[in-house]
Design a protein around this ligand. Sequence first.
Ligand SMILES: NC(=O)c1ccc[n+]([C@@H]2O[C@H](COP(=O)([O-])OP(=O)(O)OC[C@H]3O[C@@H](n4cnc5c(N)ncnc54)[C@H](OP(=O)(O)O)[C@@H]3O)[C@@H](O)[C@H]2O)c1
Length: 430
Amino acid sequence: MSHHVRVGLIGCGNIGASFAGLLAERRADVRGTTGIDLELTRIAVKNLGKPRPGIDPALLTDDTDSVVLADDIDVIVELIGGIDPVKDLLLEALKSGKPVVTANKELIAAHGEELSNAAAEAGVDLFFETAVVAGVPVLRSLRESLIGESISKITGIINGTSNFMLTRMADEGLDYDAVLQRAQELGLAEPDPTADVSGADVASKLAILASLAFKRLVRADDIEREGITEVKAEDFDIAARFGYTIKLLAVAEVFRDAETGQSEIGAQVFPALVGLTHPLAAVRDSFNAVSLSCDAAGELLFHGPGAGQLPSSSAVLGDLIAAADHLRRDTHRRVPFGQRAVLRDPDRLVHSFYLRLRIVDVPGTLSEVSGVLGAHGVSIRTITQQGRGDDASVVFITHPASEGSLRAAIAEFSALSSVHGDVSLMRIVE
Ligand SMILES: NC(=O)c1ccc[n+]([C@@H]2O[C@H](COP(=O)([O-])OP(=O)(O)OC[C@H]3O[C@@H](n4cnc5c(N)ncnc54)[C@H](OP(=O)(O)O)[C@@H]3O)[C@@H](O)[C@H]2O)c1
């Protein structure tokens, strides 16, 4: 006999409608393989008048409380998005003893700890695999397979829109505005693309990944971020000549003090020059990847579509089955966010850098600029100059140096009459 689980869905848009379709399609198979019969019992939406092909109108309501607090619903699947009113709805659901499955990265990055505590107090699950790289099961791996690991570093490409745009800039020499327009025409970028191109979406996902990987709570606001809006077409040409491409990276690393046993976490989002032989250089278009440096398991790479209706629905379904299985066995699994992380001052983080400056090409300019870098302890690996006269540019590739040193040197460049225009600065990941 199968275990019957009644599912309340709140939100039936892009992902919700796809998930409802996948659940209908897979219900019999899931029952056959797991012994769990998942019945979609009610669906809350905002606008009851919208056409919803494939959705039984008898299931629809615009009263979310009638789903969240219903006695005849066992599990809540949240696919509305955003923080208000979703946070309060999910707290209500958890407090009333219902497990919650959500895809909401913004909510989990900002309030995951509070929701996780509410779930633990109620003795139910809170699962959110879909919130980070959709159908690629990296969060479940962190929570289960890798729970005993010591993970020292996460490096990821975790925003498909920006990765698509950077791939097209690299391949076709398009500039930022042209490639954004292309992404919008293809439906890969929102009419307001800010969250994707500013690094904000990446910071939310990195906060969740870092919290689970390092078992220390990292919030999106803790993460220093730069987006891709300042990446120029000419940087791709120069990067390629040095053997790099440009990617928007999420990087988080643990720094352990062997003497005190204390640890700090460095967490940043930035466009970086990535060596062409690095595994992340091969992650193209809207694909995502997350690389984990594990003490025992070694370097692990998770790769796949990081968004989209079916990949997201697949992750929601996996979480739902896990939550339903736990209900059947009267158990739950806590997602540990851990104590608040101590964040490392970004000025102390060390990278090699790519630095492109516009200069007036007169005798002494290069030694003047190099002198400023040297005075701040930044040692130069290569220098390349392009152009002549007033419109010359010079590119430095540095040896590893602290961000603070680079920032201090750049602040001094503004006082030099030989340097003009914007400075392009990117980290290098070999
Ligand atoms: N798109 C992706 O590839 C992707 C990937 C991973 C995670 N996610 C996450 O999945 C979630 C859903 O995204 P989406 O793209 O499906 O969003 P969406 O298309 O905007 O759908 C939102 C749904 O929520 C409903 N809704 C909005 N406010 C509501 C309220 N106050 N009460 C009840 N229902 C309400 C809307 O109702 P109406 O239909 O009546 O407007 C709609 O059905 C988000 O958290 C997103 O970050 C998305």
